[in-house]
Design a protein around this ligand. Structure first.
Ligand SMILES: *Cc1c(COP(=O)(O)O)cnc(C)c1O
Length: 251
C-alpha cells in the first residue's frame, strides 16, 4: 500500500475532513471546548489497510464491533506498523458492538474499552479476562467500561434499563481490572433523535451524580452526531460517513 498515491486514502481523507468539520461545528454550536468530543472511527467490515490509511491521516482511535474480525485486524495493524518501524502505543481500539460472553477473553487482549456492557455476567467475564490479560502482560491498563443504556427497552439493540445501571456499575467498580467510564447509547430509529438524546443527557446526569468518575458519554453516529454533541456526548462513533457504505458480507 503506497498511501501517497492511493485513491482510497484520498477518499478517506475527504470524508474524514467532512466529518471532522461537522464535529467541530457541533462542538462550537454547543459552546463546548474544542477537543471535548472524541471521534471514534468505526472500521468494522473494512480491512486493516483502511485502518493504516486512517493512521496515516492522523486518526488514533477506532471502533470495532465483531470478533474474531477485530482481533485479527488489530493484530494485523500492530504487526504492519511494527514492520514499518512505527509504534502503535498511541493507537486505541474500542469494542462497540454487542459482546458474547465467550468472546470476553479475546476482547480483553485488544480493547481499550468496551462500550456495550449491559449485563452482570458479561461484567464478570470481562473482569476475569482483563485480570488475566494484565497478569500475562497482554495489556497495561484496566478495560474501560461504558454501560449501555437502553432508551426504549427494546432488547434487540441491547442495553440495560436505567433502573439496572447502579447494580451493574457497582459490579464494575468492584473489579480492579475494570474502570467505569460512563454510559453508551444507540438512539432508537423511531421518534425524534433530539428527544432521545435529551433523555440520554438526563440519565447521564443522574448516573454521574452517583458515579462522578463516569464522565464519558458514548453517543452519536453518522446520522445523529450533531444532536449527540448538543446533548453532551464525549465520544461519537462514526462509520458510514467516513468509510462509505459497509460491504455486504454473508455469515
Ligand atoms: C456500526 C456502529 C456505529 C457506526 O454507525 P454509522 O451509522 O455507520 O456511523 C456506531 N455504533 C455502533 C454500536 C455500531 O455498531
Amino acid at each position: 500500500m503506497s498511501s501517497a498515491t492511493d485513491e482510497r486514502t484520498a477518499q478517506l481523507a475527504e470524508s474524514l475532513s467532512a466529518v471532522r468539520a461537522r464535529l467541530d461545528a457541533a462542538v462550537r454550536a454547543a459552546a463546548r471546548p474544542a477537543g471535548d468530543v472524541t471521534l471514534l472511527v468505526v472500521t468494522k467490515f473494512f480491512p486493516a489497510d483502511d485502518v493504516q490509511r486512517l493512521i496515516t491521516l492522523g486518526e488514533r482511535e477506532f471502533g470495532e464491533s465483531r470478533e474474531p474480525e477485530a482481533s485479527r485486524k488489530v493484530g494485523e495493524v500492530r504487526a504492519t506498523s511494527a514492520a514499518e518501524g512505527r509504534g502503535t502505543d498511541d493507537v486505541a481500539f474500542d469494542m462497540i458492538g454487542s459482546v458474547q460472553t465467550k468472546k470476553a477473553r479475546s476482547i480483553a487482549r485488544w480493547a481499550r474499552a468496551v462500550h456495550s456492557v449491559d449485563r452482570a455476567k458479561l461484567i464478570d467475564h470481562l473482569a476475569s479476562s482483563s485480570a488475566a490479560a494484565l497478569d500475562d502482560g497482554e495489556r497495561v491498563a484496566p478495560v474501560g467500561v461504558y454501560l449501555q443504556l437502553s432508551l426504549d427497552g427494546d432488547p434487540t439493540r441491547g442495553g440495560a434499563l436505567e433502573s439496572e445501571l447502579p447494580e451493574l456499575a457497582d459490579r464494575v467498580e468492584a473489579s480492579d481490572a475494570l474502570a467505569l467510564r460512563g454510559l453508551m447509547v444507540i438512539a432508537p430509529l423511531d421518534g425524534e433523535v433530539d428527544d432521545w438524546m435529551a433523555r440520554t443527557a438526563q440519565a447521564h446526569e443522574r448516573f454521574r451524580s452517583r458515579y462522578p468518575q463516569a464522565t464519558g458519554l458514548s453517543a452519536g453516529m453518522s446520522a445523529d452526531l450533531e444532536s449527540a454533541v448538543a446533548h453532551g456526548s464525549t465520544c461519537v462513533r462514526v462509520g458510514t460517513a467516513i468509510m462509505g457504505p459497509r460491504p455486504i458480507v454473508s455469515h
